[in-house]
Write a protein that binds this ligand. Sequence first.
Ligand code: ARG
Length: 323
Amino acid sequence: MNAMYEGKYPLGTALARPLIVAKTVEVARREGADAIAHGSTSKGNDQVRFDVTAKALAPDLEVLAPARVWGMGREQEIEYARRHGIPVPEAHKKYSIDENLWSRSIEGGPVDDQRLEPPEDAFKWTVQPEKAPDQPTYVEIEFEGGLPRAINGERMDMLSLVKALNQIGGAAGVGRIDHIESRLVGFKSREVYEAPAAVILFESHRDLEKLVLTPRELRFKHNVLDPYWADLIYQGLWVEPLRLAIEAAAGEMERWIDGWVKAKLYKGSVQIVARDSKYGTYSKELADYSKGWYPTDEEARGFIEMWSLHSLTALSKRSMDKK
Ligand code: ARG
């Protein structure tokens, strides 16, 4: 789904929440519990994602959010953990960090000042781009039905593939994201992320879609389906029925996304430098300016006349009555 919230955030945290709830409900059922709990405060997005998914999956289970009930902030939560012998990693005292396969989210502390570049100690998965190797790293990714299946000719399961891309990308300084983010709870926040695999796959997959999809499919997917899907995920609405409808429409197009993409990673940047697909609609013969197919002058003029007719008609109407 090329999911990048507001064009930038690959949604690692947001995507994880519904899954965490599903697993929590599983455990609650096994234990015969009548409630589940989470540690979100009343200020964040995560409380919404946890609560909404829990209500959908297990309406009979009560959801307890002690930090919310007791009105605790982060400092109080850390203090509470300390008093009860729950270890809190050092980095988590300075920043609020959430980490999983898809992304590492860093917020709070020094990152809260949007006028300052994030300090280097905020990052863990990526080398500082200026310290990345002076030679580019090439990685070739193969897709089948829209899903990445192999890198550099080696087939692997998706877990290994994402881990490998996080490694390769991180070493090249790829995947640092600095984002002013519209929170779903009514205010903006400055967020920093590390997501090398997500960024590489986003660029690669979108590139292959451009080769294969018709211009109409492409616009509908990139401008409508993808951002709409990302918004649902961000806003805690994984369970919203529309998600499945969007996925069905996208899935119809993804059937044809077979092929490979070559990405060039260099000091923090990702460039797609080559690609091919058996369903690709690019034709060198059609595109070539020096030979092959050429419309006649008359054909071209006729096409242009009809093509522009709507716009030119409207323009002439409006110029009669200048408002
Ligand atoms: N802003 C991101 C989101 O809402 C990341 C949140 C990270 N969560 C955290 N507790 N640090 O998805």
